[in-house]
Design a protein around this ligand. Structure first.
Ligand SMILES: Nc1ncnc2c1ncn2[C@@H]1O[C@H](COP(=O)(O)OP(=O)(O)OP(=O)(O)O)[C@@H](O)[C@H]1O
Ligand SMILES: [Mg+2]
Length: 354
């Protein structure tokens, strides 16, 4: 499958999910906080309940009642709900209490149950709704976002996106002069004949319990210096859709100046030796140990080549080119490597044209 077909497949899938989402909202209703409470009751043992009640400074009479109740867990849940310590939209008070009581194992189980039953993500620090992913050119920002979209489409249950109901990936370079996020979603993700209106999309974004919107390539966003605030800017600043998790990727030289104060920043720093070798083994040589050794030896024999191959794009380029050279790998310098690559591009271009 080439990248065009891959993108088209993702878009079709997302379109189907969104259409299905509407039906789900209309027919079945929202995922259930009620079923989470039932599952939570099983996790809360009498000992945990009594520790929690003491931590929350419940009156002695309630603590006594909890100690003798037939189902201490269910009763505790009722008291926590009455006091706002657990709510359909957040259980952070409970999670933070469990952490402070050194019951992190229980906390992890409760968090997992909440996410599974309600479809809502709860970040462990309880604050961040935004994530900024920065890195220099060719360090893999767009690759990471595409991989995330692909994993989400496959519904890989071992990955953190498994509880995300709606995942939207928007390449910002396509969104010049488009100030509405609804128009952007329609333009990038939907076929022209789609019957979905702005209101339909708004309904999905408002009511789906966990939505992730990835804005890829802020440095390439044509309106980033515009005086008129676009929806993209509002989302990055945390002013729009507070329930949506927003991930922005950008080159380090073009960080948005108006990031929300709770934004978590992740910096991509390239391939270390281990990930480089793993990439060569898994993707380039298909496990052929002799071929992998030849490529890594060639890399290691030139300190400068080795250095530039920390950039994933160059590493990928070098590894594939070196793998094609079946005999001795002859790149003793960076110049000879790039000369070879440019020769390849040229002959490819002429072949395409003829
Ligand atoms: N983790 C990775 N695994 C395999 N290949 C990668 C990885 N990261 C990057 N690459 C390769 O490097 C190329 C460039 O990566 P990508 O386009 O993701 O960089 P970028 O950080 O988005 O750059 P830019 O700032 O120019 O947008 C990809 O097409 C891919 O071939
Ligand atoms: Mg990119």
């Amino acid at each position: 499958m080439n990248i065009g077909e891959f993108n088209a497949a993702i878009m079709k899938y997302i379109y189907n999910i969104i259409s299905y989402g509407i039906k789900l909202l209309k027919v079945k209703g929202l995922p259930s906080f009620g079923s989470f409470k039932v599952a939570l009751a099983d996790v809360l043992t009498v000992t945990t309940v009594l520790q929690l009640a003491t931590f929350f400074e419940y009156p002695p009479v309630i603590i006594e009642e909890l100690g003798t109740a037939a189902s201490a867990g269910l009763l505790m849940i009722r008291y926590m709900e009455e006091r706002g310590q657990i709510q359909p939209t957040s259980i952070l008070t409970l999670l933070s209490a469990l952490k402070k009581m050194c019951l992190s194992g229980t906390g992890d189980r409760v968090k997992k149950l909440y996410e599974e039953h309600t479809g809502r993500l709860c970040s462990s620090d309880g604050q961040s709704k935004a994530q900024n992913e920065e890195g220099d050119p060719g360090y893999g920002k767009s690759t990471l976002t595409l991989q995330a979209a692909y994993d989400w489409c496959l519904g890989n249950v071992a990955l953190p996106l498994k509880t995300v109901a709606v995942f939207i990936l928007l390449p910002l370079r396509l969104l010049g002069n488009i100030s509405s996020i609804f128009e952007a979603i329609r333009l990038v993700l939907m076929p022209p004949e789609s019957p979905l209106t702005d209101d339909d999309i708004l309904e999905i974004l408002r009511h789906s319990l966990s939505v992730v919107i990835v804005l890829d390539g802020y440095d390439e966003y044509p309106d980033r210096n515009s005086v008129k605030e676009t929806d993209v800017m509002k989302m990055i600043a945390g002013k729009m859709f507070p329930n949506v998790k927003v991930v922005v990727s950008t080159r380090s030289s073009s960080l948005p100046t108006y990031l929300h104060s709770t934004t978590v920043t992740i910096r991509l720093t390239g391939f270390d030796e281990k990930s480089r070798d793993e990439y060569i083994k898994r993707t380039v040589t298909g496990g052929d140990q002799e071929a992998s050794r030849r490529i890594t030896n060639a890399l290691n024999s030139s300190p400068i080549l080795n250095d530039i191959c920390q950039v994933p794009m160059f590493c990928v380029l070098f590894a594939h080119v070196a793998n094609d050279q079946r005999g001795v790998i002859e790149f003793s310098s960076v110049t000879s490597f790039f000369k070879y690559v440019i020769d390849c591009f040229y002959s490819h271009m002429w072949r395409e044209r003829s």
